[in-house]
Write a protein of this length. Structure first.
Length: 168
């Protein structure tokens, strides 16, 4: 093996390790190890419902939030309900924004909890990018979140790539 290929092969694992470490980091300094995840799962089981705010409390209403609920009596039949809810910043929002923009169920296991965290974080990032203006302009208006890397929703992005106006 030449010295240049040896140094290249030594660099790769470090890069990959850094990427893996970043991916597995739940919050600064807290890693997604089995011990940490089972401890967090026990917290959700004990609390039954955690409502987590994405921002500081506004003067009125509630910011975007993630709600995690433990559903079911026994551990074997239990599941986690994970929801991402839109900010409520006006009186009208309390009527029009009660439906979750993201809702999914997961097994009440460490793996299920981790999958819920990853999905909900992505849904929250989508929500922060806002809604597809093309879909909002339709009659009746449709509220679809912008797709990752697109200025429009996923459906409109694929539709435009096919040279079409809109998707049903
Ligand atoms: Zn759209």
């Amino acid at each position: 093996m030449s010295s240049s290929s040896a140094s290249a092969s030594m660099e790769m694992p470090a890069l990959i390790q850094a990427m893996v470490a970043e991916f597995l980091q739940l919050s600064p300094g807290v890693f997604a190890t089995p011990v940490v995840l089972s401890r967090m799962l026990a917290i959700v089981q004990e609390e039954k419902r955690l409502c987590m705010l994405s921002e500081d409390m506004p003067a009125f209403g509630l910011p975007h939030r993630i709600v995690v609920q433990w559903e079911g009596r026994s551990k074997s039949s239990a599941r986690l309900r994970v929801q991402v809810m839109e900010a409520l910043l006006t009186d009208e929002d309390y009527v029009t924004k009660q439906e979750a923009v993201f809702e999914k169920f997961y097994p009440a296991t460490s793996d299920g909890l981790l999958a819920g965290m990853v999905d909900a974080k992505e849904a929250l990032a989508n929500l922060k990018r806002g809604f597809c203006e093309q879909c909002l302009a339709q009659r009746p208006p449709q509220r679809k979140l912008k797709g990752k890397g697109f200025a429009v929703c996923n459906g409109c992005a694929v539709s435009a790539a096919f040279g079409c106006k809109r998707v049903y």
